[in-house]
Write a protein that binds this ligand. Structure first.
Ligand code: ATP
Ligand code: MG
Length: 628
């Protein structure tokens, strides 16, 4: 079947389409209806069906591949590398589930997981799923303030943590941050379970804190029955990255999610049972939930969890893992590839990459120079895909499992099956034609796997996502884009980042793409700032590859933009900087750059990776003003 036929069927007859897809997972009891959309925009998938995420990810594979590897936990920080077969993973998850149960955690209770990328974190997630508890993984890099607000929002009965993470060879204490967060929070968890890695000193709180090693030993032979839950049972809460402001607590179901991930693994990522997938993200992000843990495992595909940077011990480390574990599917982010881009490509080609079929990238716009660089370095297809924490799996992608379709540089591809995509004029809500710029929207019902609601706040869900296009109940992605005559989408930036220069509407992405085509640029961000004459002007912040060769760089970059986009898109300034402000998931925080460039306070920057970067940007702007 062609992509066109499959996509059309998924939209016109979702009951049949998803009814068929649902056969790929285990149902303890069949569902009553495929889709109940009687209360839009709330879509209920596979209601009445009983299933379990952990069963689908682990137990179901025991008979056929119990002795095959399910999980490899690699840490280049502690030099620990350990593989678990499905049987071993099953045993560990049962132990963890028994600990949860023994401490009063049951179906529907929340468990907050604040952990580094160690195997125990995946045991914790799967154990929650096993007993019907709702996990909320909080990225291990967050400090106490961000953590406290998530504890208050999710009100977990138990928190699972490690005493420390490790980054760049240094221990990063977690336990004191967690203690601080609990002190800050008005809600207090009853129990805290600590995996002691022996990396840093910490204090146990009497009556509250539990030692994982001791608890595990006490439950070494535990067998915890799977809790069969309704397909609509909430499996987890996950907060968005906070690139645009306060993170939103995305609430996800069970059955729809399992089905969507199974479909995505087969039809988009083309990972086969018995193979290995390596997703370089973190379990604190949605990519980690869907394609480090649940997606591969549900599919019977082994997964690699990686703790460490892409550059330690050297820039070849990820590719050495591809060789060692015969990885067939790899999934990373443009931001990680830009880090590698500063390295000699020889590091990548040193290894036998013959098992690898495809490299998938998502999370941010993939600029052409980065895509070309990595494609040439590894000699494999590079597939961009576009989605959000809210959707849980790709919205736009080349769906190679359905049909081998041509790529277009700069485009994540075509609407994924199940997504009824619309490109709309934000002001009128009218649907736009080819090559017109507008907001990327999705007509309901959202397909299986997408968010059910904002945790504890249905009204906020409807107001935030479904009420922004005049006169229409339609889901807004808050991203701006265009669609070409072949139906390929191009993401031009966030709707908030659209610049209006003397009446011309420009996506920051277009200008960034142009600047990054200059041979000496490794990374760039463009923002619009207020201008008395033109309404707004574009300002660029660019990181050079070779910092010793920047004397005429700004002028050259302006010329590049002039020749590619026209003078109207030319930034008023392009500052040459050494770093850009990013969230901990590696996304550029343009609103903070804009605030600094306009001389305003950047507001809440607690989800930002390195708080000193903004000071650097400020200095560059000030120094350059002095020179002028
Ligand atoms: P918040 O919603 O809290 O501001 P966030 O939007 O960064 O944070 P995520 O859900 O992690 O949180 O990111 C989804 C967004 O990332 C998309 O809406 C889009 O802006 C961007 N994005 C993801 N993948 C791509 C891609 N392939 N190309 C372009 N942009 C992408
Ligand atoms: Mg978002």
């Amino acid at each position: 079947m062609s992509y066109k036929t499959v996509h059309a069927q998924s939209i016109q007859d979702p009951q049949t389409f998803w009814g068929e897809e649902a056969k790929h997972i285990h149902w303890e009891k069949p569902f009553d209806t495929v889709l109940d959309y009687s209360k839009p925009p709330f879509a209920h998938w596979f209601k009445g069906g009983l299933t379990n995420l952990c069963y689908n990810a682990v137990d179901r594979h025991l008979a056929q591949r119990g002795d095959q590897i399910a999980l490899v936990a690699v840490s280049t920080e502690t030099d620990i590398e350990k593989a678990y077969t499905f049987k071993e993973l099953h045993a560990e998850v049962n132990r963890m589930a028994a600990i949860l149960k023994a401490n009063g955690v049951g179906k529907g209770d929340r468990v907050l997981i604040y952990m580094p990328m160690i195997a125990e974190a995946s045991f914790a997630m799967l154990a929650c799923a096993r007993i019907g508890a709702i996990h909320s993984v909080v990225f291990g890099g967050f400090a106490s303030h961000s953590l406290a607000s998530r504890i208050e929002d999710a009100t977990p009965k138990m928190i699972i943590t490690a005493e420390a993470g490790m980054r760049g060879g240094k221990a990063v204490p977690y336990k004191p941050l967690l203690d601080e967060a609990i002190a800050l929070s008005s809600y207090k968890p009853a129990k805290v379970l600590i995996v002691n890695r022996g990396l840093s000193e910490f204090v146990m709180v009497d009556g509250r804190d539990l030692d994982y090693t001791a608890e595990r030993l006490a439950h070494l032979h535990a067998e915890v029955p799977v809790e069969w839950v309704d397909a609509t049972h909430t499996s987890y809460i996950l907060y968005t990255s906070g690139t645009t402001g306060k993170p939103k607590g995305v609430q996800r179901d069970t059955g729809g999610y399992a089905v969507a991930l199974s479909s995505a693994m087969r039809l988009i990522f083309c990972g086969k049972p018995g193979e290995t997938m390596f997703t370089t993200s973190d379990i604190g992000w949605v990519v980690g939930h869907s394609f480090i843990i649940y997606g591969p495992l549900i599919n019977g595909t082994a997964t690699i969890m990686y703790e460490g940077t892409p550059l330690r011990p050297d820039g070849g480390i990820w590719w050495s893992l591809v060789e060692k574990y015969k990885v067939s599917v790899m999934f990373s982010a443009p931001t990680a590839i830009r880090v590698l881009k500063k390295q000699d490509p020889a590091f990548l080609t040193k290894y036998d990459l013959s098992s690898l079929r495809t490299l998938f990238l998502a999370g941010e716009p993939l600029d052409e120079p980065t895509a070309t660089w990595i494609h040439e370095a590894i000699g494999k297809p590079v597939v961009d895909n576009y989605w959000q924490t809210e959707t849980g799996w790709p919205i736009l992608a080349i769906q190679r499992g359905i049909e081998v379709m041509p790529h277009k540089f700069g485009s994540p591809g075509l609407p994924v099956f199940g997504y009824n995509m619309k490109l709309l004029d934000e002001a009128t809500g009218e649907e736009l034609g080819p090559d017109q710029k507008g907001v990327v929207a999705i007509e309901g019902p959202l397909p299986p796997g997408c968010m059910q609601t904002v945790w504890g706040d249905d009204a906020r869900y409807v107001k935030t996502y479904w009420s922004t296009i005049p006169g229409k109940l339609i889901y807004s992605t808050f991203d701006w884009g265009i669609k070409d005559k072949d139906g390929y989408y191009f993401i031009l930036g966030r709707t908030d980042d659209v610049i209006n220069v003397a009446g011309h509407r420009l996506g920051t992405r277009e200008i960034e793409e142009s600047i990054s085509s200059h041979a000496n640029i490794s990374e760039v961000a463009v923002v619009g700032i207020e201008d008395k004459l033109k309404g707004q002007v574009a300002i660029g912040f660019a990181i050079p590859k070779d910092a010793s060769n920047v004397a005429n760089l700004e002028a050259e970059l302006m010329k590049t933009v002039d020749s590619q986009l026209g003078a109207v898109a030319r930034p008023a300034r392009v500052y040459i900087v050494t770093a850009l402000p990013k969230t901990r998931s590696g996304k550029i925080v343009r609103r903070a750059l804009q605030a600094v460039a306009e001389g305003r306070d950047p507001g809440d920057i607690s989800t930002m990776e390195d708080q000193t970067v903004l000071a650097h940007i400020k200095t560059v702007i000030q120094e350059s003003a002095k020179k002028a």
